[in-house]
Ligand binder design. Structure first.
Ligand code: COA
Length: 387
């Protein structure tokens, strides 16, 4: 296996993008990544595109071909593959790109993600997202994603001593970070009161506990480490790529407030990178709902079960804390265009490791981690990066 590096990144602004079509978003992110890597389109050997539900959101399938065509690659006949794993589509697209370069089959590969979610009315987007759960046993019974994560939150709060205020500190921190990220959907800081007085969505989760509905795209370019300096002075090494799965429905889980797929993927990633938790200086986790960040910090092993609320309250997950979490603003403030999120997390990790994260920069960052979840934890991708 060859070592792999990220040589270029590009992200659109995340939000409600009335002025841009699905294909416009992808092209914008891809062009930025090519420019960042000093590459021309004809040097690309393959593309993997994360997308959850273009069929439901914009009534378009065959995304691999569409993207290759509108990227001007149709006449180069390169392989272009859509990767679908619900909200972890981007993380898995990245993993496929890394594996293809590591194996030696392909050399210069684009891993991208794109989703255009705001062109349908809210009921339709909620229903499309429910397709990431078990339609027969959960969706048809009326469960929605906020509802499923509310059950996780209730179970967690019943068993551990997480207070409602501690849970609200997660979005407060993520909005603070998002306000320092030019691509974030929400650019304003909020207070505890903003969260605690916001509209109830699925008890105990309120509006500001939820990630929003978002349009956006992100793209990165990977290459063999030995060739990376042909393109960039600041290659970022992919030290580990891990993926794990679990039951698709929440009720079949061993423990509904521990994501065993996160535990498994995290352990595999640490083993592969030969690093310990103390080496990791920041982590982008999948905070689709505030409770998801609490679970992720623990399931990845950054603290024991039941302790992430206290860690958050003590400021240890903020920039400057022991383990900064979601410097990008996370899914909550940066936004969550589901197929693109896993790639945006990689972009944030690369910016941090290059020292290009501006007002949200972690001083002297050398190692970072990304964690991308599909559904309520049926698919998880974890990556570790280093310079
Ligand atoms: N956080 C903060 N503000 C939000 C928000 C969020 N998650 N979602 C919407 N808003 C704001 C909007 O900006 C808008 O503000 P404005 O009136 O000042 O313009 C207002 O709330 C109403 O927006 P609207 O789009 O009508 O919200 P909604 O009620 O239709 O949707 C949710 C709110 C929480 C139901 C929706 O964002 C949602 O379904 N989120 C979860 C997405 C999800 O499940 N993703 C997959 C996870 S695995």
């Amino acid at each position: 296996m060859r070592d792999v590096a990220v040589i270029g990144i590009g992200c659109t602004h995340f939000g409600e993008k009335w002025e841009s079509s699905f294909r416009d978003l992808f092209i914008e992110a891809g062009a930025k990544a090519l420019e960042d890597a000093n590459l021309a389109g004809e040097q690309i050997n393959a593309m993997y595109v994360g997308n959850m539900s273009a069929g439901r959101f914009i009534e378009q399938e065959h995304i691999g071909a569409l993207i290759a065509d509108y990227a001007g690659m149709a006449t180069h006949h390169i392989p272009s593959t859509r990767v679908e794993a619900a909200c972890s589509s981007g993380g898995l697209a990245f993993r496929q790109a890394v594996l293809s370069v590591a194996s030696g089959y392909e050399d210069i590969v684009v891993a991208a993600g794109v989703e255009k979610m705001t062109d349908v009315e809210p009921g339709a987007s909620t229903d499309a997202l429910t397709g990431a759960a078990d339609r027969e046993w959960e969706g048809f019974m009326g469960a929605t994603f906020p509802g499923l994560y509310a059950m996780i939150a209730r179970d967690y709060m019943h068993r551990y001593s997480l207070t409602r205020e501690q849970l609200a500190m997660v979005p407060v921190k993520n909005h603070y970070n998002g306000a320092r990220n030019p691509i974030a959907q929400f650019q304003s800081e909020i207070t505890l009161d903003t969260v605690l007085k916001s509209t109830m969505v699925a008890d105990p989760l309120r509006l500001f506990d939820c990630s929003p509905i978002t349009d956006g795209a992100a793209a990165v370019i990977v290459a063999p480490l030995e060739r990376a300096r042909e393109f960039t002075d600041t290659p970022v090494k992919v030290l580990a790529t891990a993926q794990a799965s679990d039951t698709i429905s929440l009720h079949d889980r061993r423990d509904i407030s521990t994501l065993d797929a996160t535990v498994a993927a995290g352990k595999r990633a640490f083993g592969m990178a030969k690093l310990s938790h103390d080496d990791i200086q920041f982590v982008e986790v999948h905070d689709c709902f505030s409770i998801a960040e609490i679970c992720a910090i623990e399931d990845l092993g950054f603290c024991r079960k039941g302790e992430a609320g206290r860690l958050t309250e003590d400021g240890q997950t903020a920039i400057g804390g022991k383990i900064p979490v979601n410097t990008s603003g996370g899914l909550k403030a940066c936004g969550h265009p589901v197929g693109a999120t896993g790639i945006k997390q990689v972009c944030e990790a690369v910016q941090q490791l290059r020292g290009e994260a501006g007002k949200r920069q972690i001083d002297g960052a050398r190692y970072g981690m990304t964690h991308n979840v599909g559904g309520t934890g049926a698919t998880v991708a974890v990556h570790i990066f280093g310079v």
